[in-house]
Design a protein around this ligand. Structure first.
Ligand SMILES: [Zn+2]
Length: 270
């Protein structure tokens, strides 16, 4: 069974609810984590799925070129990284169109998949799924099947399946730990001891492909510290960044991964 190694491709200040109007105040460092990730993927002969932020495509076309040249799959992660449930359907449509134009005009390719910032596709932003379908996306991978405080849908199906509108949905993988729905990726990957995480990953991978996720800044322990962030955001953001690189190397050695579109194509969808 092949799993998916997905990367939400954004800089360290873009996923901590700082509005886009302030992004220019911060040091751009996406290249640091990017180079480490690219090397790890090369070394382990793995093709990943990168969900690209529109703003990043605009600012770093050379990096995007490199990702595409390596044969990785690219998907869309909106333009400005706002929660879907804080957008209107009209704004969301504009974001998707802008991202499609950016990738199409510069690189002559199209997106297949979509991932919402903060997995913010839930009951409040359910309308987004029809917009994605109409825009020609081939799958969505935004729904967190459980409670992750900010978002999530409790009791949502955990397997890859067709939504009512015909769009395939690839929910994020998670497992129960006490009363928490713990994701197989991101901050949880850094916080949990590797061997424990591996055991949970292995158990989940027995039944279905595991959808793992990570961000480039999680491999950049030197990125600036913002003490003004709330504790709830600050603690998981900065925890154990030094170990991410070696942990990812182990994960890539121990499990097999394929691009998400390939996994969707090879899954019998119900
Ligand atoms: Zn993101």
């Amino acid at each position: 069974m092949k799993n998916a190694f997905t990367i939400d491709f954004e800089d360290w200040y873009q996923g901590i609810t700082i509005p886009i109007s302030k992004w220019n105040q911060y040091e751009k460092r996406i290249h640091v984590g990017h180079e480490k990730l690219l090397k790890l993927l090369q070394k382990n002969k793995t093709k990943a799925t990168y969900f690209l932020l529109g703003k990043v495509i605009e600012e770093h076309p050379d990096i995007i070129k490199e990702i595409i040249a390596e044969g990785h799959e690219i998907g869309c992660h909106t333009y400005q990284h706002k929660e879907l449930y804080n957008m209107t359907p009209e704004t969301f449509k504009e974001e998707i169109t802008r991202c499609k134009e950016l990738i199409n005009e510069q690189f002559n390719i199209d997106y297949t998949g979509f991932r919402a910032p903060y997995f913010s596709l839930d009951e409040r932003s359910w309308w987004a799924l029809d917009i994605l379908k109409e825009a020609g996306f081939e799958y969505d991978s935004s729904i967190y099947p459980g409670d992750n405080k900010r978002t999530g849908i409790k009791g949502f199906r955990k397997d890859i399946h067709f939504l009512e509108n015909g769009l395939p949905e690839v929910p994020l993988s998670n497992f129960k730990l006490l009363k928490f729905d713990v994701g197989l990726g991101g901050a949880y990957f850094r916080i949990l001891p590797y061997l424990y995480f591996k055991q949970k990953f292995k158990a989940a991978a027995k039944n279905a492909p595991v959808i793992f996720y990570i961000h480039p800044w999680e491999l950049d322990p030197e990125h600036p510290f913002l003490p003004e962030l709330s504790k709830r955001i600050r603690y998981p953001h900065y925890f154990n960044l030094k170990r991410t690189e070696s942990k990812i190397d182990r994960l890539l050695q121990q499990f097999e991964f394929a691009p998400l579109s390939e996994i969707v194509a090879n899954t019998q969808l119900g």
